[in-house]
Every structure is written in structure tokens, then in C-alpha cells.
Design a protein around this ligand. Structure first.
Ligand code: BES
Ligand code: ZN
Ligand code: ZN
Length: 511
């Protein structure tokens, strides 16, 4: 008994004769355990309980001798307990019955499942398991999200790649929840892939082609238009064109129409995403350190387009139009210069005092265009300002909206997904700072430049909106993950794709 105990305490328990090397040939299993309510008790999930009886209580025996109790988000691997599952990862789910926390504005139970399952799946991936079955942990959708989000890694361009792992629901009837979770997570992973990939791979053209490919299998409900530079000029999108001038890469205005509503004439939700595939700052060039992160400055376009792809895969009964102005922001002899004045689609003139405040310029024209579709709501998403990151960091997306109704819908959706939003102000105070301009109707930077930068950017966008239900989501703070979201590895985050999908789905119920 003593050698076994020592092995267990090493947190890499070997039981019987199976060795970790065998795991590569077999299947792995992730099972959940709740925090003990009383000392000495062990609270396994339903699936873990039936697994435990199928191995005559060996699992609970091992968990007892390997104490202390598994903390939330921690895992322990047991080898050789079951002939079909050479590796079993037991993961800590925290307290059973945890629900929505009013302060945290998310569902603690769902977050715990996502975190625990992601940890278990990754541990099994490290043990070179190729196929993992996953306990639904009482919430199959969150379990699937944890598995697929946790395993995602962008290593397409590396010679040495992480082992691919396939996953499957274990011992639960809620296959629908599992499938839904998989689609939500795959949507976010598509956004992560587009954001993480280098800018010489994801050009405006390559971005549009990728999305076109992704929706090809839903061709009966989705149409894609890849509008050219000539079309953009015809549309008199002078603000968008001014940003594209310095780049050799042709811009694209991507337009995706998803018709999912039973009544195909139903007013659409229009999503608009900032698609700057690389933001050097232009003539107002950015400092070199960390400039590489600006390959993800198309995060708005990525999350919006991935949401439309996901809505189509889920067959959500709503109509959605996704719009993405795509371009690079580069310096050159032809590039827009500080002080230049350009004219947006709605005729407003803009003095471009800082060419690095380019997102609001491309969105201005896209927002004007969005009004053509008689939208029930317009939601734009953009990595718009460093100031947003200063304000909220990566805790939540900042939402600036003229509609209490829209705010409520977005917040409700984000409580479910755990990819949170936080409301920000749209005061006239900020509008005055962009309308007080020497040469034109508007200046593209606030007159007190750094103060309230996220708010002046939002006030600028508002000048291009007449729709009663509009929201601007500034995602600069949530663009990348270090280790804040435990079920996402380090890298570009693809946030808040799942919140957008959940929100679009909720509109279906509202009719
Ligand atoms: N793409 C950036 C904002 C950004 C910064 C996104 C960091 C993600 C992480 C945007 O185009 C920009 O450069 N904004 C300027 C605006 C300023 C010039 C008024 C900024 O935030 O510094
Ligand atoms: Zn910029
Ligand atoms: Zn930018």
C-alpha cells in the first residue's frame, strides 16, 4: 500500500500495471467531483458515480487516499483503473449548485464546468491521449465549451504541433447541449484562429476567402458578397478609403447575409466588425514593441463573422447581416496624413488628426451602410481603443449603447456565456470633444486626447448612427488572453463570440 500512496501523492497516480505510455493507445476520460460539503464526504457527479460503481469503488478509494480534496479547477490523473480508459482525469468543480453571482455577473456553475473540463482535457492531451470522453458535469453545453476552448492552440505554422485530441460526451443523454457547446466553442475558435494568424497570412482578401469557405456548407441560407475597392468608392465610403491608402493590399468590404427566420422578410440584426488586418498606426506610427499584436486588430470582424457562421451552423431562427470593412493601416507616400480632411458616406467631414485612430473611420462608413437594411438592431464590435483596456482590462467588453433594451439583452447573454459586458457612458460631454474641430465637422480624436479615450471614440461613432437600437462593443481589453480566462490558453481570445451568438439566439425568442 505504501508505494501506491506515494505515487498517488505525486499527483500522477499509477494504479495496477498500466503505464502512462499506454494512454496514447487508449481513451481518456474526464470526470467531475464537487467540493466536499462536509469533511470526509466525496461528492462525485452522476457520471463519475456510475463510473465508480463500474470499477467497484476504486475511483472513490483512490480519491480518498490521494486527498486533500480536489480544489476547483484542479485535476488528478489515475492510470489503469478501467480497461477501456487507461487514463482518467478527475477534475474539481467547486460547490455543487453554484449559480449566477450578482456581483460577478456570470454563472459560477457554468464557469466552473468550463474551467474544470478544460483542465482535464489538457492534462490528458499532455499524457498523449488521442480521444477523450467527457462527463457533462451537469451542464453538457458548458462541458463541451470547456473541452473545445481549452484544447485549442494555434500551431499551424510550427513544425512541432500539439497532439490532436478528439472529444466525445460520456454517459449523458444531453447530446444536444454538447453539440451546441461544440458549435459555440468552434465559433470562438474560428475567431481566435483569424486573430492569432499573422497579418501576412490573414490579409483582407484571405480573411474574406476564409469566411466564404466556412459558410459554403450553409449556402442555402447564407450569401456572401466580397465588395471591391471600386464598390467601396461607389458607395462614397471616403472615411474607410482614407485608411486603406497607405497599403498595397486591396481592401474588401465583406457582407454576409444569413436568413434563418421563418419569415425571411423579418428585420435583421446587423453586426459590424472592425477588420484592420494590421494596424501599424499609419503615419502616426505606433511604437515597435508589441506592434505585432496589431495583427489582431481585425478581432471585431473575426468575432462578428464567426458569430454569423455559428448562427448558421446552429440554424438560429433569426436573420443576421454581418458587415466587415477589411483593410490594413500602413504608412506610405500615399497614406493619409495628420490634418487631412475626408468625407464619410453620410456627408460628414472628418479631420484625421491621428491616423492611428483608424478604426472609427472605417466603422463610420460601415455604420452608415448598416442603416440600409432596416435593422432591428445594429451592434458593432471593434478593438477600438487602448483606453478601453486601461478602463476594464480583460474582465469585460465595454458596451456603449443608446438602447436600454439592447443593453439588457447583451448583458443577459453574457451572464450565460461568462464572456462578460459592462456598460459605458455615451454622454454629450464626450460628443463635444469630437465635434469641436478646426477644419471639419468632426475630429477623429478627442480634444483632450488621452482622457476618456474609449468614450470619445464611442461618441465619434454615434455621429454615424440614427437607429434607435445600436451598441458599440469595444473589445480592445479582451483581445488577448494571458491567463485571466482559465479555459483559454495564452493568445488571441476570440471574445466575445459566444456572447454575440447567445444574444442572436435570444432575439429568436423575442420574435
Ligand atoms: N487598434 C488600436 C487600439 C488597440 C490598442 C487595440 C491596443 C488593442 C490593443 C486603435 O486603432 C488605436 O490605435 N487607437 C488609438 C487611438 C488614439 C490615437 C486616439 C489608441 O488607443 O491609442
Ligand atoms: Zn490604430
Ligand atoms: Zn486599430
Amino acid at each position: 500500500m505504501i508505494p501506491l500512496r506515494r505515487a498517488v501523492l505525486a499527483n500522477r497516480c499509477r494504479y495496477f500495471s498500466a503505464s502512462p505510455a499506454l494512454c496514447g493507445d487508449g481513451k481518456g476520460l474526464v470526470l467531475g467531483v464537487y467540493e466536499k460539503e462536509k469533511e470526509g464526504g466525496l461528492h462525485l457527479t452522476e457520471s463519475a458515480t456510475s463510473f465508480d460503481s463500474s470499477v467497484s469503488g476504486k475511483l472513490s478509494e483512490l480519491l480518498h487516499i490521494s486527498g486533500p480534496a480536489l480544489k476547483k479547477g484542479k485535476s488528478r490523473i489515475f492510470y489503469g483503473i478501467h480497461k477501456n480508459f487507461p487514463c482518467v482525469a478527475v477534475v474539481g468543480l467547486g460547490k455543487k449548485g453554484a449559480g449566477v453571482c450578482g456581483m460577478e455577473k456570470w454563472d459560477v456553475g457554468k464557469e466552473n464546468v468550463r474551467q474544470a473540463v478544460s483542465v482535464g482535457c489538457r492534462q490528458l492531451q499532455d499524457a498523449e491521449v488521442k480521444h477523450v470522453e467527457v462527463d457533462d458535469c451537469g451542464d453538457a453545453q458548458s462541458a463541451a465549451e470547456g473541452a473545445a476552448l481549452g484544447l485549442f492552440q494555434y500551431d499551424q505554422l510550427k513544425s512541432k504541433k500539439k497532439a490532436k485530441v478528439t472529444t466525445q460526451l460520456h454517459g449523458s443523454a444531453d447530446t444536444e447541449g454538447w453539440e451546441r457547446g461544440m458549435l459555440y466553442a468552434e465559433g470562438q475558435n474560428l475567431a481566435r484562429l483569424l486573430m492569432e494568424a499573422p497579418a501576412n497570412y490573414v490579409t483582407p482578401t484571405a480573411f474574406a476567402d476564409t469566411i466564404e469557405e466556412k459558410v459554403a456548407r450553409h449556402a442555402e441560407r447564407v450569401t456572401v458578397h466580397k465588395r471591391s475597392q471600386a464598390w467601396i468608392a461607389e458607395q462614397q465610403m471616403g472615411a474607410f478609403l482614407s485608411v486603406t491608402r497607405g497599403s498595397e493590399e486591396p481592401p474588401v468590404f465583406l457582407e454576409i447575409h444569413y436568413k434563418g427566420a421563418p419569415d425571411c422578410t423579418q428585420a435583421p440584426l446587423v453586426l459590424v466588425g472592425k477588420g484592420v488586418t494590421f494596424d501599424s498606426g499609419g503615419i502616426s506610427i505606433k511604437p515597435s514593441p508589441s506592434m505585432d499584436a496589431m495583427r489582431a486588430d481585425m478581432g471585431g470582424a473575426a468575432t462578428v463573422c464567426a458569430s454569423v457562421v455559428t448562427a448558421a451552423a446552429l440554424k438560429l431562427p433569426v436573420n443576421i447581416i454581418g458587415l466587415a470593412p477589411l483593410c490594413e493601416n500602413m504608412p506610405s507616400g500615399k497614406a493619409t496624413k495628420p490634418g487631412d480632411v475626408v468625407t464619410a458616406k453620410n456627408g460628414k467631414t472628418i479631420q484625421v488628426d491621428n491616423t492611428d485612430a483608424e478604426g472609427r473611420l472605417i466603422l463610420a462608413d460601415a455604420l452608415c451602410y448598416a442603416h440600409n437594411f432596416n435593422p432591428r438592431a445594429i451592434v458593432n464590435v471593434a478593438t477600438l481603443t487602448g483606453a478601453m483596456d486601461v478602463a476594464l482590462g480583460s474582465a469585460a467588453t465595454g458596451v456603449f449603447t443608446n438602447s436600454d433594451w439592447l443593453w439588457e439583452q447583451l448583458q443577459k447573454a453574457s451572464v450565460v456565456t461568462g464572456d462578460r459586458v459592462w456598460r459605458m457612458p455615451l454622454f454629450q460631454h464626450y460628443t463635444r470633444q469630437v465635434t469641436d474641430c478646426q477644419l471639419a465637422d468632426l475630429n477623429n480624436i478627442g480634444k483632450y486626447s488621452r482622457s476618456g479615450g474609449a468614450c470619445t471614440a464611442a461618441a465619434f461613432l454615434r455621429e454615424f448612427v440614427t437607429a434607435p437600437h445600436w451598441a458599440h462593443l469595444d473589445i480592445a481589453g479582451v483581445m488577448a488572453n494571458k491567463d485571466e480566462v482559465p479555459y483559454l490558453r495564452k493568445g488571441m481570445a476570440g471574445r466575445p463570440t459566444r456572447t454575440l451568438v447567445e444574444f442572436a439566439g435570444s432575439l429568436a425568442h423575442l420574435g
